[in-house]
Design a protein around this ligand. Structure first.
Ligand SMILES: [Zn+2]
Length: 259
């Protein structure tokens, strides 16, 4: 028996061609987390939902579970495309990275609760011109828990102190205060500003943020620290992240060349 499901809110994550005329579209849904849908006729010219399933689009969708157990998107309403993300290569790269990270962090077909609002807010901020690296960093800090890494950002893991100078230790899975730095010679040796941002990002509700500004040096340190933690503790290396790294290499080259 075929049945129409409840309408849901969704963000288009990625899509690929399927059969001669169709597409498989992965949508981050507010009710079932990431889910794959079949869109019939999506590859045809003048397809009526063409705009609704473009990358970086969000809105309300109606799906239909067919007797062959496939979920079809049958209608869309009030969809909006994040146009600036689509047009700007840096914004595009970071938004793609966020969605790939989210795809890895959550199992298909499971409710993701408040995460949906947080991820949608991240894309809105990037689309509104906020620094895409910083927005991505906020989610990277917060998503660590989804990969089983739960750093203690509140206080020193040894003594519970939270006022002293802090550093991050991978071995201890959290902060070490200056009195306990001797416990881990491989602590990340981060500066106080970078540590403060990491601690701040851990609980930041992006739905309450209108702008974020972080200076270049701290941004570089955040990038380094999160790459290190994701590399060592999560073991994740995403294609979209490699693209971002290459892009920043090109930017550096270009700067040198212009000087
Ligand atoms: Zn301590």
């Amino acid at each position: 028996m075929a049945r129409i499901n409840e309408p849901f809110n969704g963000i288009i994550m990625n899509r690929r061609d399927y059969r001669e005329r169709d597409q498989l579209v992965k949508i981050l849904t507010d009710k079932q987390g990431p889910s794959m849908f079949l869109v019939r006729g999506a590859r045809r010219k003048n397809f009526k939902m063409a705009a609704d399933i473009l990358p970086f689009t969000h809105g309300r969708y109606v799906s239909w579970l067919s007797s062959d157990r496939l979920n079809y998107i049958v209608a869309a309403q009030e969809t909006h495309q994040f146009r600036n993300i689509g047009d700007d290569i840096t914004a595009n790269a970071y938004a793609t990275f966020i969605l790939e990270l989210v795809d890895r962090a959550f199992e298909d077909g499971h409710d993701i609760g408040a995460w949906y609002g947080q991820i949608l807010a991240a894309l809105h901020l990037i689309n509104d011109g906020q620094d895409p690296q910083v927005i991505a960093n906020v989610l990277e800090v917060q998503l660590l828990g989804r990969f089983g890494v739960m750093p203690e950002w509140r206080h020193c893991v040894i003594c519970g102190q939270n006022q002293k100078l802090m550093d991050y230790s991978e071995a201890y899975g959290g902060l070490l205060c200056v009195n306990h730095w001797d416990h881990d010679p491989h602590r990340l040796h981060l500066d106080a500003k970078t540590i403060n941002y990491l601690r701040f990002f851990a609980t930041l509700n992006l739905q309450k943020v209108d702008q974020v500004q972080v200076d270049q040096l701290v941004k570089r340190n955040l990038r380094w620290a999160l790459d290190k933690i994701y590399g060592d503790q999560v073991g994740l290396r995403l294609r979209s992240k490699r693209f971002i790294d290459q892009m920043s290499d090109w930017t550096e080259e270009l700067k040198k060349w212009r000087q």
